[in-house]
Ligand binder design. Structure first.
Ligand code: CA2
Length: 145
């Protein structure tokens, strides 16, 4: 089983600022830890990060070819992107939305997710662990369907 892991804008800047909100790990740290975890689940990961909305849409569409599901942190596009929401709905792959921070206890504008309603679920507020929990939930869901 292969799972696509997508990260949106500014996540490549993790570990440089605001560690009190996002933790001190870099994106490379998070991805390397997640790949180790994926091995224990016996699955393969493909990973992608972009600051460009259309590139994220292209990657969601590409996942349809060879992936069983998607873990996505759309970052700021969570709150704005109809295009990413439509891409998730269009490919029909099971998708889990993850966030490092608890978007529900922050600014009002972060509380709304345009993407969560087309995902099977959302995990927010567990730092880098949100990715592991999201991956575990997605794999369990796929195995049960
Ligand atoms: O909590 C999350 O995972 C977010 O998706 C992170 C996004 C934010 O826009 C979402 O509302 C919640 C921000 C990504 C990274 O932002 C940085 C800001 C400063 C320094 C480094 C990264």
């Amino acid at each position: 089983m292969k799972i696509m892991v997508i990260n949106g804008p500014n996540i490549n800047m993790l570990g440089t600022r605001e560690p009190e909100i996002y933790g001190s790990l870099t994106l490379d740290d998070i991805i390397n830890n997640l790949k180790d975890y994926a091995k224990t689940l016996g699955i393969e990961l493909e990973t992608f990060q972009s600051n460009v909305e259309g590139e994220i849409v292209n990657t969601i569409q590409k996942a349809k070819n060879d992936c069983s599901g998607i873990v996505i942190n759309p970052a700021a596009y969570t709150h704005t992107s109809v295009a990413i929401r439509d891409a998730i709905a269009a490919v029909g792959l099971p998708c889990v939305e993850v966030h490092l921070s608890n978007i529900h206890n922050r600014e009002e504008f972060r509380k709304n997710s345009l993407t969560a309603p087309v995902c099977i679920g959302q995990i927010a507020g567990f730092g880098a662990n949100s990715y592991k929990l999201g991956l575990q939930g997605l794999v369990d869901y796929i195995n049960a369907t």
